[in-house]
Ligand binder design. Structure first.
Ligand code: FUB
Length: 324
């Protein structure tokens, strides 16, 4: 049986869960962490994932099923290594796995693979999405059926290196007193395989409309964007990286600007924190990961979930990952 705040599977290490309801079941699209003892660094070389598995649950208390390997890096012509946090979407009668990986020049790109089933297997396109860069894609399909992909991540995720519109391997992030880099967003074409337009940076501001600054590490965007809708508003949630929180900001428009609101999840065991939010059978859930099962190994993480509660004013109650 699957229990809140416990790993949903323990036979493999999983991370970066993107949860969706497809065909009446909860499907979870995680990264598949590998066991190794190679050194760790700020570039994230320890996150050396090579394939994806799909997980599903008939109900939050039912056992979690592992549908096995659904895509391997050797079957992705454009990719060389590091299959990081994926997401999935349903459109046009097909399922799309949208994922980042390093290309053959060591640059992170975002690619698409398709399947007729939410459980895969997925077949990768020959090339990555033209004009794509960085990591952590999250697809949001709006009420008008427009599909947006939000993405980006600092440090190993290379977002800093694209500030001029092309890849500069030596570029650093903005100074602490400058506006932080926001996540990127692009509308996807009808077939979900290309960007309809050039990606744009999302602005995240405080309650007075001032941009969140790069030095404001408790609130600035680091990686892992996720967008969901609640009571007609768009919620952008993300990891603050160096301060290890999942936080959120709200907007009336899927393209922002988003106004910072607060913390959803306090720090977990392990350096990274990464999440998704999904409504299932009338309740809201936060899927996240930590490194408790591996006793704190940053690159051997386990997906967990817990219920998420909104206050009457639409704010989200802060979650303690280790309740008494
Ligand atoms: O799993 C590799 C990277 O770690 C993800 O892309 C980030 O969001 C962080 O969880």
């Amino acid at each position: 049986m699957t229990k809140p705040n416990k790993p949903i599977v323990t036979h493999i290490y999983t991370a970066d869960p993107s949860a969706h309801v497809f065909e009446g079941k909860l499907y979870i699209y995680p990264s598949h962490d590998l066991e190794h003892d190679r050194p760790s660094n700020d570039n994230g070389d320890q996150y050396a994932m090579e394939d994806y598995h799909v997980l599903s649950m008939d109900d939050v208390s039912a056992a979690c099923e592992d549908h096995g390997e659904v895509l391997h890096v050797k079957d992705i012509p454009w990719a060389s290594k590091q299959l990081w946090a994926p997401d999935a979407a349903y459109k046009n009668g097909k399922y799309y796995l949208v994922f980042p990986a390093r290309d053959h020049e060591n640059i992170f790109r975002i690619g698409v693979a398709t399947s007729s089933s939410p459980a895969g297997p997925f077949k990768a396109e020959d090339n990555y999405i033209p004009g794509s860069f960085s990591i952590d894609p999250a697809v949001f399909i709006d009420n008008d059926e427009k599909a947006y992909v939000y993405f980006g991540g600092l440090w190993g995720g290379q977002l800093e290196k694209w500030q001029t519109g092309s890849f500069n391997p030596d570029a650093e992030g903005p100074a602490p007193t400058e506006p932080a880099l926001g996540p990127q967003v692009a509308e996807l074409s009808e077939d979900m395989l290309t960007f309809k337009e050039e990606p744009k940076e999302i602005s995240i501001v405080d309650e007075d409309g001032h941009p969140i600054l790069a030095g404001d590490e408790d609130r600035r965007f680091f990686e892992g964007p996720w967008v969901h809708q609640y009571n007609g508003l768009y919620y952008l949630s993300y990891s603050t990286g160096t301060t290890h929180k999942i936080v959120y900001a709200v907007s009336e428009n899927p393209l922002g600007p988003f106004v910072f609101k607060g913390t959803i999840l306090k720090p977990v065991i392990g350096w990274t924190t990464h999440h998704s939010i999904v409504e299932f059978k009338g309740k809201w859930y936060l899927f996240y990961h930590d490194s408790s099962l591996s006793k704190g190994l940053n690159h051997q993480r386990s997906v967990k979930f817990t219920e998420l509660t909104y206050n009457e004013d639409g704010t989200i109650q802060t979650i303690d990952p280790y309740p008494e």
